[in-house]
Design a protein around this ligand. Sequence first.
Ligand SMILES: *Cc1c(COP(=O)(O)O)cnc(C)c1O
Length: 404
Amino acid sequence: MFNVEHIRKDFPILNRQVNGKPLVYLDNAATSQTPQQVIDVIVDYYSNYNANIHRGVHSLSQEATDAYEQARLKIQKHVNAKFSHEIIFTSGTTHGINLIANGFASLLEQGDEIIVSALEHHSNIVPWQMLCERTGAELKVIPMNLEGELIMSEYDKLLTPNTKLVFVNHISNALGTINPIEYIIEQAHQVGAAVLVDGAQACPHIKPDVQALDVDFYVTSAHKMCGPTGQGMLYGKEAWLNKLPPYQGGGEMIAEVSFEKTTYADLPHKFEAGTPNICGGIAFGAAIDYMNAIGFDAIETYEHQLLAYATIKLSEIEGLKIYGTSKHKTSVISFNLEGIHPYDIGTILDKLGIAVRTGHHCAQPIMNFFNIPGTVRASFAFYNSKAEVDALVAGVKKAKMMLS
Ligand SMILES: *Cc1c(COP(=O)(O)O)cnc(C)c1O
């Protein structure tokens, strides 16, 4: 049984006050909060078995290696990858994307095309622009409509035999739109293109099945799904990961080294140069355990109720406009009050202890599309309550009164 009051007790930070008011944390799309169960795993690691992995014969190193590899298996199971060596530990989504972009640099040539979507995060645009500069490939963009949905008929027109890679986020961080990635992947494969999906906003809400999706690469970050910052994972199909060159050189990623020639280690180590964030990987596994114990079906149902309630309540405020109105969206509400800068609303909300994000949300092209400088973004997690939605609505009303 899903009980939000019970769940909230797992998060010590939710007890604190901000500016003399109880914290109302609604910036979950930027980073999520961490439950005691995950904090305990981090403390346990540094208190009891902190050691470097895959190297030492001593007991601590064995324990750390076992826990780290156990975490890889948890992630494999969670996303339903065929092999555990298809899971590469990264420092986060940005790292995973750059790893793939770097790998494709050696596969692309002049005349090749890469497709991205108009709904992308900057970390999904800049690496591809850099890749195009390096290779002479061309970048094409799937446009969106006023609801904040990608236009699939336009996508169909962009696909050609020259398309080598399609890159799209599973869920938009700025608007919450859930993109039709099943269709996008299927169509890309028709022309022989690979697909990389950015799951940073999806994994806090749903459980991806990489085999059912038949996706070539899928990346995500731990810190948006109750895990630590500086930790993430890249899933890649075995054949693709074998084909791509390593990203960074260093320890752990080699088989044999001489000054004449170095051979690379097998997957996954080929892509894991240097000492990784060992504790981060283990804590990522713990975060996945925590969320699975609550259950992604329950999380989805509850967050949907919160989204519906917040949408109705906020829409009642005169002059408030919501951006991103797709029927297929997660618990993110981006909005503005007529004639008021989003930053001013965010500042007043903070005085009331309410944390929201204001600005362009690392997605300036989306803001340009709507012709606005930015929005106020409230993003809800499964540990947010209806009372917190009420606090937000009251706060926005107060900000409106003070600022207009
Ligand atoms: C947060 C986010 C990223 C970047 O994640 P990092 O953990 O900062 O690397 C990329 N894409 C989307 C959709 C995001 O929401």
